[in-house]
Design a protein around this ligand. Structure first.
Ligand SMILES: Nc1ncnc2c1ncn2[C@@H]1O[C@H](COP(=O)(O)OP(=O)(O)OP(=O)(O)O)[C@@H](O)[C@H]1O
Length: 255
């Protein structure tokens, strides 16, 4: 667990999805999730790790309220100190940064805020993410890495109770991805909100997580948990290699 006091959440993220089946017009059914149950504790950073096509994105879409056609239930973190006028307790970062092309970086971030907070001081957040000099640029002027940073800034600016990330560093070169992982940790550690990130990168999961939720092949259900109860600054290359070995002993053939 992180050392900082978690903020913004007083209940865990609790997921109990009995079943999610996609049905095509031709009558073909694909059951993506079955008996998927797990919990992410308050202020914890968890990763959902599983093979391609097992149902990770489907799970996030349900938790984000984008797909209501499933059986089961879930509970999102709530409560805590909501900034006055705040609308959203949920923030999400996707593979595609989904920035509005006709708005600057700063406008993209501020538009995610409730009206009463649009003038909030964001200097610290932009500085932390290395975006201080990019605030007036338009998305088309940004590299992919910078656009992902802007998407992170937009998510953290809202001070969410829960943060969902769906492979936010996919399709970046490894050096850029690594820099962004460190930036994500820095900005998250300043205000550790409950976070659930989808990845199929074990190293990334071991570096970022308090806990890894390991999913089986489709239909997704939990194979087991791997807790990384070690402060992140101790996770040097040797420790990471030991963690990776322990993970493979516990989950042979996964990742
Ligand atoms: N709208 C849809 N209609 C039909 N099948 C779908 C739909 N969306 C997803 N699926 C199927 O559900 C299964 C789970 O998909 P999902 O995208 O959740 O997997 P994933 O674990 O996120 O994969 P990846 O790691 O490759 O992104 C896959 O077999 C996929 O083909």
């Amino acid at each position: 667990m992180n050392d900082m006091q978690p903020v913004g959440a007083v209940v865990p993220l609790r997921v109990d999805i009995a079943e999610k089946t996609f049905r095509s017009a031709q009558g073909v059914s694909i059951t993506a999730l079955q008996d998927l149950s797990f919990e992410v504790r308050q202020g914890e950073f968890a990763c959902l790790l599983g093979p391609s096509g097992c149902g990770k994105t489907t799970t996030l879409r349900i938790l984000l309220g984008l797909d209501k056609d499933f059986s089961g239930s879930f509970q999102l973190p709530e409560g805590g100190q909501l900034p006055e006028g705040s609308l959203s307790r949920i923030a999400a970062v996707f593979q595609e940064p989904t920035l509005l092309p006709w708005r600057t970086v700063e406008q993209n971030v501020r538009l995610a805020l409730p009206k009463s907070l649009r003038t909030k001081n964001l200097d610290g957040l932009f500085d932390t993410l290395g975006l201080a000099g990019m605030r007036s640029l338009y998305p088309a002027e940004l590299s992919l890495g910078l656009a992902r940073r802007a998407a992170l800034a937009r998510a953290f600016a809202t001070e969410p109770a829960v943060l969902f990330l769906d492979e936010p560093f996919a399709s970046l070169d490894e050096q850029t991805a690594e820099r962004l992982r460190h930036l994500l940790l820095t900005v998250w550690s300043a205000r550790p909100t409950t976070a659930l990130m989808v990845t199929h990168n074990l190293r990334e999961a071991l570096m970022l997580s308090d806990r890894i939720i390991v999913l089986a092949q489709r239909p997704a259900h939990v194979l087991g948990m791997f807790d990384v109860r070690l402060p992140r600054h101790y996770r040097n290359p040797q420790v990471m290699s030991d963690l990776s070995r322990s993970f493979h002993q516990k989950f042979p053939g996964v990742a």
